[in-house]
Write a protein that binds this ligand. Structure first.
Ligand code: HEC
Ligand code: HEC
Ligand code: HEC
Length: 133
């Protein structure tokens, strides 16, 4: 009798684990947070809210690139951090210092861009990583 909650709990965990690939792929395109993303230890907020970043960071990066390359603008007014420089390396990777345990880990998990050293997202041939990685 006393074992019942434990057994049911175990069954629920097993069921979730077994069906995880199914319900994850159903939500593909708008994946939730994957496990074990390394977040900056010394920062608590992203430029925009995490949910918005999760869904829209590719568009934000596109807009940043266009602003810098086409319009020569470099300052972005963010929701959470005030004005930041529009720079993939200096700003994004300034906080997310290790792209392997953050960008790449999620891209592999969400199967973005297929195989490749950057999870198929080929930015790093030109955009240098911060020192230390
Ligand atoms: C062939 C080289 C090349 C590749 C590949 C490339 N970029 Fe760029 N990118 C540039 C150059 C050159 C600039 C202009 C840099 C400047 O003026 O400071 C730039 C500027 C940018 C900027 C704004 C300024 C900055 O320093 O971040 C963003 C954001 C950006 N690119 C994002 C990306 C993303 C995301 C990818 C991958 C999907 C990517 N780029 C791939 C060459 C490249
Ligand atoms: C000042 C530090 C900082 C900067 C700059 C920054 N981030 Fe973040 N980012 C964070 C933190 C902290 C979180 C977690 C926030 C939370 O959980 O509320 C986060 C969350 C995210 C997430 C969601 C992760 C998840 O949990 O699913 C993505 C995607 C992301 N950032 C990408 C970027 C990109 C791309 C840039 C540059 C355009 C960037 N970040 C710039 C600190 C930063
Ligand atoms: C929480 C998961 C997650 C994290 C963390 C994450 N990404 Fe992404 N990223 C995605 C998903 C999912 C897509 C594909 C979205 C789509 O196809 O609509 C994507 C797409 C992109 C694209 C467009 C790629 C293409 O081929 O169109 C770029 C560029 C990109 N991410 C850059 C980054 C960078 C740089 C970081 C780290 C600073 C990062 N991402 C972190 C989930 C993530």
């Amino acid at each position: 009798m006393n074992d019942r909650p434990t057994i049911i709990g175990g069954l629920v965990i097993a069921l979730v684990a077994l069906t995880f690939p199914i319900w994850y792929s159903v939500g593909a395109g708008r994946p939730g947070p994957p496990p074990e993303l390394e977040l900056p230890a010394d920062e608590s907020q992203c430029v925009e809210d995490a949910a918005s970043m999760r869904a829209n960071h590719m568009d934000l990066l596109d807009r940043w690139r266009d602003a810098v390359v086409r319009e020569g603008r470099r300052t972005y007014r963010s929701t959470n951090l005030g004005e930041v420089e529009m720079s993939l390396t200096k700003t994004c990777l300034g906080c997310h210092r290790n792209r392997e345990t953050f960008c790449l880990r999620c891209h592999e998990y969400a199967n973005v861009g297929g195989e490749g050293p950057a999870g198929g997202v080929r930015c790093w041939a030109c955009h240098l990583e911060p020192e230390g990685n």
